[in-house]
Design a protein around this ligand. Structure first.
Ligand code: GLP
Length: 235
């Protein structure tokens, strides 16, 4: 793993965007994208850039079960708002949170097919405070592919800051599995702030264990971790 420590989130996000620019200039066409507060500044760099995205395909990590694309808490909506409205891609994929209400397996199978047909060239990731990647919580098998995930109380609590009421946070999500994420040719993980310091230390230096999903990234050949001083403080 290559670890880049930047002075702050703004510089880290610029560095992250540079990696995407370079990879796309070198031919990357299928881009794995993430939600959460971490990637927002990178998307702002992307929107400011003059990059032509009309040849790119995006595949997002996850979506809440039960939220339609026009729900402003859905990850579909998030991606439109922060990136796609300004930078239209050729094709964008996010798991189908509505189909998943009645048919989570069907929605997961559809997504695994999409990933198989569009192998991911470069994947962006954030990390949860407990080391989760996407919504793959501790204990998720490293062999997992897209599946329905029951969100832990901690993740519901952490993500409730985006909702009016904690009871509005969906209880489940459809999420790429760890094997899908590991199939990307290149991975960029970003983490900022001291509340990510433990997770970053375990991801980079801890034992590779399903108890810390992000630790699997030590086994990938092309991972760059971008952290600010605070998130790097326990390395
Ligand atoms: C959610 C998302 C993850 C994200 C994590 C951290 O659980 N599913 O993809 O990495 O939150 O979010 P944040 O970037 O807001 O700290």
């Amino acid at each position: 793993m290559k670890v880049i420590i930047t002075s702050d989130k703004s510089n880290g996000s610029k560095k992250g965007f540079e990696i995407f620019e370079k990879s796309i200039a070198n031919g990357a066409k299928v881009i794995g994208l993430a939600t959460g507060s971490t990637p927002v500044a990178l998307y702002q760099e992307w929107v400011k850039s003059d990059m032509d995205t009309s040849n790119l395909t995006s595949i997002n990590l996850d979506e809440y079960v039960g939220l339609a694309p026009d729900n402003d808490q859905s990850y579909h909506y998030f991606m439109q708002k922060y990136l796609f409205n300004e930078k239209p891609f050729k094709k964008t994929y996010v798991p189908d949170g509505i189909k998943a209400i009645k048919d989570p397996e069907g929605a997961s199978d559809d997504y695994n097919k999409i990933i198989a047909e569009n192998p991911i060239d470069i994947q962006l990731l954030g990390i949860g405070r407990n080391g989760h990647i996407a919504f793959n919580e501790p204990g998720t098998s490293f062999d997992s592919v897209t599946h329905e995930v029951k969100l832990t109380d901690n993740t519901i609590k952490a993500n409730s800051r985006f909702f009016d009421n904690i009871d509005d946070v969906p209880k489940t999500a459809i999420c790429m599995g760890i094997a899908n994420i590991m199939s990307a040719k290149e991975i960029v993980v970003m983490a900022f702030g001291d509340n990510k310091a433990d997770a970053v230390a375990k991801m980079v230096e801890g034992p590779v264990t399903e108890d810390v999903p992000a630790s699997v990234l030590q086994q990938h050949q092309n991972v760059t971790v971008i952290v600010d001083q605070a998130a790097a403080s326990k390395l």
